[in-house]
Design a protein around this ligand. Sequence first.
Ligand SMILES: C[S@@+](CC[C@H](N)C(=O)[O-])C[C@H]1O[C@@H](n2cnc3c(N)ncnc32)[C@H](O)[C@@H]1O
Length: 289
Amino acid sequence: MDCSNGKDETQNVRDVIRSAYGQIAKQGGSCCGPESCGGSSAEAVAGGVGYDDDELAGLPEGANMGLSCGNPTAMASLRPGEIVLDLGAGGGFDVFIAARKVGPTGKAIGVDMTPDMLDKARRNAESFRKSTGLGNVEFRLGEIEHLPVADASVDVVISNCVINLSPDKERVWREIVRVLKPGGRVSISDLALLQPLPDRVRESVQALVGCIAGAALVDDTRRMVREAGLVDATFEPKSDYIDQMATWSDPLYRDIAGKLPEGAKPSDFVTSLNITATKPNAEDGLQGE
Ligand SMILES: C[S@@+](CC[C@H](N)C(=O)[O-])C[C@H]1O[C@@H](n2cnc3c(N)ncnc32)[C@H](O)[C@@H]1O
């Protein structure tokens, strides 16, 4: 990407992402950024990454934008009364699923840096409140590198296909640890790399917005999680999500496949990655400090 307009690279990346996701919020989403998914519905995308019919039923219309790459609330074993924070909440898809699980004594908070996404999520929250009677969701404007959330105030951090978009992933992991209560849990789905991408893909803006070009290597993700001080971490790669994109004739998949060396396919490079981890209790001390 050409970042030679005087702004720093980090700000450029954020501007590109915010503008692309603002467009998606206004025009309707797809699993892979501004392009469509070759006719695949958001429901099919969600089903393909592990959501069941019960989770999808009763969501506000348009909350599922087909932007996910896993099912973090399913891994989180949410309990009534817990406070959940969703990083890069989009239209609020996982926030609403989490809100039902934590119930009226709990709370689900979504943070997103794109004002148009936030507007959409807040409209969805209103229809969620009307249809379920639950007023336990809140959406906040902010960057996941500078979370608008108090220290040690959250039981569970979830996130779905977002950290790959951050130009400062180390800082995101440190922020996660800051906002978690001691003993709090992390349950995150994201895209990650099995090996470095060829330059032609890495430099593609479409692949950046589509959650691929900015993805970290799985090994770097392990290191960042450890250095942030999280413990008991698990990392489960699921490359079948990437292979499914081939059957959707997805334009991003086709574009990336065309830029790979002959005989290689996107899932040789990219995987969906489920990450769980825990913030140590105060008496255990923080590792990595
Ligand atoms: C691929 S979408 C995922 C949305 C949602 N998690 C879902 O599964 O439907 C990425 C979202 O993350 C937001 N985002 C990207 N980078 C961000 C950052 N650095 N800080 C806050 N939000 C960010 C975008 O605005 C967008 O709404």
